[in-house]
Design a protein around this ligand. Sequence first.
Ligand code: B1M
Length: 215
Amino acid sequence: MIGKETLEEAKQAIINYDKEKAVQLTEKVISDGVDPLEIMNNGFIPGINEVGDLFGRGVLFLPELVQCADVMKTVTDIINNALPSQENAEEKGSMVIATVKGDVHDIGKCIVVALLQANGYTVYDLGRDVDTDRIIEEAVKVEADIIGTSALLTTTMTRQKELEEALKSIGLRDKFKTIVGGAPVTGRWAAKIGADAYAEDAQDAVLKVKELLAS
Ligand code: B1M
């Protein structure tokens, strides 16, 4: 268990874009043998969410947002690298994942990727700002079981719908299961566009992927 004070320090380190502090806290948690997802979920993510609120309310501006995101990305990479990797991942199923075209937000998607990999799934991460056609091409190429898309902007969520429609129009909808996520995405949106699953966060994504592969 990480103390409340440390979690608050982690949150503030993101808000104040204090990279040195954020890295120091992360490394301490890892060297203490504590699950690093705890500091991520209960310290850093609340921090970046508050940054988003401050930005949305015009209290904080783009240059600061960029610096906060940079600190968030740094600790995400450290934590992702510290998650245990699994052998024989191939047997559990595979997934192609991307942040949709027009969207460069990838911090959450990278957490999802790391957690799926840590749970033994093979994940082909195509990165961010990825065209729908390319996502489908790659899924066909690697014979993925699941296609996952992340969208953080209300304006790019429509790409998730575009993917469903594109799969249908080329007769490949039944070949893949689809899962969607991202801050503005909801279960209702997933149902509306015909996606097979919605995941709220990385832990939920692992759960939903397991269910999709069993169905
Ligand atoms: Co931007 N941004 N941003 N941003 N940014 C938001 C999304 C915003 C809500 C902030 C705000 O105004 N309050 C707002 C969107 C408003 C809207 O759409 N209505 C916004 C805006 C406006 C913009 C720009 C347009 C700003 C500008 O240029 N004027 C611009 C757009 C650029 C573009 O994409 N074309 C922009 C840019 C950026 C940065 C580059 C500076 C940076 C991103 C850096 C990066 O990702 N490499 C950034 C950031 C950091 C944010 C906020 C503050 C934080 C996002 C984040 O990393 N969250 C964000 C505010 C917010 O979301 N509260 C905001 C932490 C992360 C762990 O959570 O990504 O939600 P999240 O992922 C979660 C779950 O959603 C889920 O699991 C993850 C782990 O728990 N999940 C999945 C995610 N993907 C999944 C996929 C799955 C399953 C689950 O299956 C496939």
